[in-house]
Ligand binder design. Structure first.
Ligand code: PSV
Ligand code: MN
Ligand code: MN
Length: 424
């Protein structure tokens, strides 16, 4: 299904007067508003292929229908999002859920929508039917060399698919760990994981990066071998300059100070990128910004300050991606909300008066430091985000347009009420 340019134009025309009023009111108070808007236009967030269908829990799955039935339809869905918001110009694939039958034609299809391929994700947390060895007791950490070899080869195969698609990042998330005390020799598990990663690293093309994603718990509930940023950081450091830590916002123990972790990794040159989502308890994978938007803003505040201090490019020097999945919302509507929340947090962080904040910090003026941060956070930046979208050729209100065009109904008609996405 395609959204025609004129539909966006008509929608924008009908919303123009109200938008203009709100935008002008705010623009007058924003220093260098055009350069801020350009940053918002340029900032893109990749969509994971597995977020396009209704997620499930181990208790059930409730599909809304019209979900993508093939990899091609997943690309079309990301294309729909990008047409509406001009902010999601890449898709992230998970192998073997998303094996392309022809990389060249998939690339061509993606290009039609202005999309490219972001990080490639390997999967050694599930057994596949044709696979010789089981990952029940881990993959890269496994006691049996043959299992480790199988997992290493899978990762190298994922790199190959990525090369054909024009990606340049491999994301490795391991479910490896243990469920009971005594099950695992922690030292040996870490060492084996490192050696396996070194073999994968050796196969990494010169212009590629590898991201090591950590996660505190689940599916193992006693220990996770790459369980926190420290474990990921030591692995990434030992691997070399192409290896980085990936921060998934849901992968921390409750109340972790994620913004401080982000600042430190950035300072050490080892922050690779993000999996955005939100959570109240653990790896809930809820819509980004739906539970704790202040934390999201604080993370972006560290990012903007740290990246500017290090002369980094906001768009291309880190990987920006959503990683979410849940049971009750339309996945496409949900992704529109997530991208909007990320752009709002980014815009608020760009509004922070960094110079004044640093002065307050140097003088230990705690009250003023808080005032400066909250001044930016409490600004309703939605007209700025909408204006950036308008300038990029997107819709002023993507979610409203999605509903008024009855996109989901049309997808259900096209693909069927029982169409359920492949993947998790
Ligand atoms: C694991 O919880 C994770 O966050 C990793 O990024 C996986 O690749 C993804 O979820 C798969 O659902
Ligand atoms: Mn993740
Ligand atoms: Mn996760």
């Amino acid at each position: 299904m395609l959204i025609e340019k004129y539909a966006i134009q008509e929608h924008n025309n009908s919303a123009a007067t109200a938008h203009q009023r709100r935008f002008e009111q705010l623009a007058g108070q924003v220093p260098q508003v055009d350069s801020l808007l350009q940053k918002l236009v340029d900032f893109q967030i990749a969509i994971p292929s597995w977020a396009l269908g209704t997620g499930g829990t181990r208790f059930g799955r409730f599909s809304g229908g019209g979900e993508p039935r093939s990899l091609e339809e997943k690309i079309e869905d990301v294309g729909l999002l990008h047409t509406l918001n001009r902010s999601s110009d890449a898709v992230s694939l998970h192998i073997p859920w998303d094996i392309p039958t022809s990389a060249a034609s998939l690339k061509a299809l993606a290009a039609q929508f202005g999309l490219h391929f972001d990080a490639m994700n390997s999967n050694t947390f599930q057994d596949q039917p044709e696979q010789a060895h089981s990952y029940k007791f881990g993959s890269l950490q496994h006691t049996d060399k043959a299992v480790r070899k199988q997992a290493i080869e899978h990762n190298i195969e994922v790199i190959r698919y990525g090369q054909e698609l024009g990606s340049n990042v491999l994301s490795v998330w391991l479910a490896d760990g243990s469920s009971f005390p005594g099950q695992l020799n922690f030292r040996k598990a870490y060492q084996r994981t490192l050696e396996s990663l070194q073999e994968i690293y050796a196969a990494l093309p010169g212009d590629w990066k590898v991201f090591i994603e950590y996660k505190a718990f689940e599916p193992n509930f006693y220990s996770t071998t790459v369980g926190d940023w420290g474990q990921s950081y030591t692995l990434a450091t030992k691997l070399g300059s192409k290896a980085y830590t990936l921060v998934d916002l849901g992968h921390h123990l409750p109340n972790a100070n994620i913004e401080q972790i982000v600042a430190l990794l950035l300072n050490e040159g080892k922050l690779g990128g993000f999996h955005f989502n939100d959570s109240k308890y653990g790896d809930d994978d809820l819509t980004t910004g739906s539970i704790n938007p202040y934390q999201l803003f604080l993370i972006f505040n560290e990012l903007v300050e740290g990246m500017d201090a290090r002369g980094m490019n906001h768009v291309s020097d880190l990987g920006w991606m959503i990683d979410a999945s849940h049971n009750v919302k339309d996945p496409l509507e949900d992704l529109l909300q997530a991208v909007e929340a990320i752009k709002i947090a980014y815009a608020q962080a760009l509004l922070v008066n960094t110079k004044a904040l640093q002065e307050a910090q140097e003088q230990n003026d705690v009250t003023m430091a808080q005032e400066i941060l909250q001044q930016a956070y409490r600004t309703d930046v939605r007209p700025l985000v909408a204006e950036a979208r308008l300038r990029a050729g997107g819709a002023l209100q993507p979610l409203h347009l999605f509903r008024s065009l009855k996109v989901r109904d049309r997808l259900v008609k096209e693909r069927g009420a029982g169409a359920v996405a492949t993947g998790l």
